[in-house]
Design a binder for this molecule. Sequence first.
Ligand SMILES: Nc1ncnc2c1ncn2[C@@H]1O[C@H](COP(=O)(O)OP(=O)(O)O)[C@@H](O)[C@H]1O
Ligand SMILES: [Mg+2]
Length: 458
Amino acid sequence: VARLLLLLTTASYRASAFLEAASRLGMPVTVGSERPQVLSAANPAGNLTLDFSDPEGAARAIVAFAGTYPIAAVLAADDDGVVLAATAAAALGLPHSPVDAVAAARDKHRMRERLSAAGVPCPRFTKLSIDEDSAAAASTVAVEVGYPCVLKPLSLAASRGVIRADDPAGLAAAFRRLGAILHRPELSAREGALARHILVESFIPGVEVALEGLLSEGELRVLALFDKPDPLEGPFFEETIYVTPSRLPARVRKSIADHAQRVVTALGLTEGPVHVELRVNEEVPWILEVAPRSIGGLCSRTLRFNAAGAESAFFSLEEVILRQAFGIDGMPPPREGAAAGVMMIPIPRAGILREVRGRQEARKVSGIEDVLITIPVGQEVVPLPEGTRYLGFIFARSAAPENVEAALRKAHGRLTFDIEPAEEALGKREVSRESESVGKPSQGSSRRRGQPRRNRRR
Ligand SMILES: Nc1ncnc2c1ncn2[C@@H]1O[C@H](COP(=O)(O)OP(=O)(O)O)[C@@H](O)[C@H]1O
Ligand SMILES: [Mg+2]
């Protein structure tokens, strides 16, 4: 039986959803990843170690592997694997988007160049080297983009490093701050040349939506359209709430879908999942970005598709994607009738997560399906723009999108996060070391315990 090659990097949030989907469909899976997995004697074909930074070489290894274990589809769970997935699919003769289109979608500057060359309206944009002087960067931006503008990395995700600037001073500060993120060794090692530049775009006002789609022979099928009801005005852009179906008028939803089709065609993407983000002002959609993969984090849990005649009543997003990749379905099934949503719980401040309260109360809110805290107590939490993680996810499902949004907000309101500022945590260690030496309990920590105001969010 031909198998699925699932490309995963590091600890992916997306792994288990895809593995579960494959197992429900009875598909054998090989996980392709950069580090050798624990080998299982029972399943020697279960893992394949690949160098994602060398797609040509890795694709040759995949073709050799497929000589023994035939592969029917190659799928990347996250951004890091999409270029390799397309390269390998090309080498195996499987349907795939052109490698150069996928590579362009992985580089936000190349994406803008391709889109403007194809006549798709874009904000003004320019690319700066991270080694440029921040004053020089501000003068370039004044001429080529103007204010307000948004600075962003070429290839990161989840709004990491994305900063709005309203004037030259703000631009210079944001440029230095993002430069410091991109100069980090672990980032420059992973992102390579993509970490050497910063994209600056003019700020597009408006409401924001995310479109989850599936491409087949160049045709975009909309699986779901999410509203993002929290205003995203900057200076940082925390994603927070996604709710589907969208409450925008039908004609606006139609123009969003049409525009998304135009954008993927202009980029040259033809097959597989896409996550498209747009802004809408005066009913006109503007493309923010296209990712040649499905929605990130645990957000796909919001989506369920009607599985007519199947044993289970619903398909997950990952099942829909795999069913298309294996040629089981011609058209993707429609999303269920209910509204659904997720809140990615933002990190309100930097520090050490000491305690999370109110989870049970939050779960009791009508419409709430689950409340997951994904950062363990005791770990450091870092807010945007430097941070990479959310505190967790709240999931809701209800008859109407407004109920979903209200449930998410109410549940979030019942949660309290005690985050101890990092300096205080450090100071406390010093205080307690001192107090140990004089044999007395630490005053510092007991005083702090009585000051919930300082440890509460907002
Ligand atoms: N040109 C822009 N105008 C207004 N907001 C923007 C612009 N570019 C990005 N943003 C905001 O920043 C967020 C993250 O930017 P995006 O390009 O989607 O990068 P990421 O890959 O980190 O998601 C967007 O969802 C949007 O809210
Ligand atoms: Mg985005």
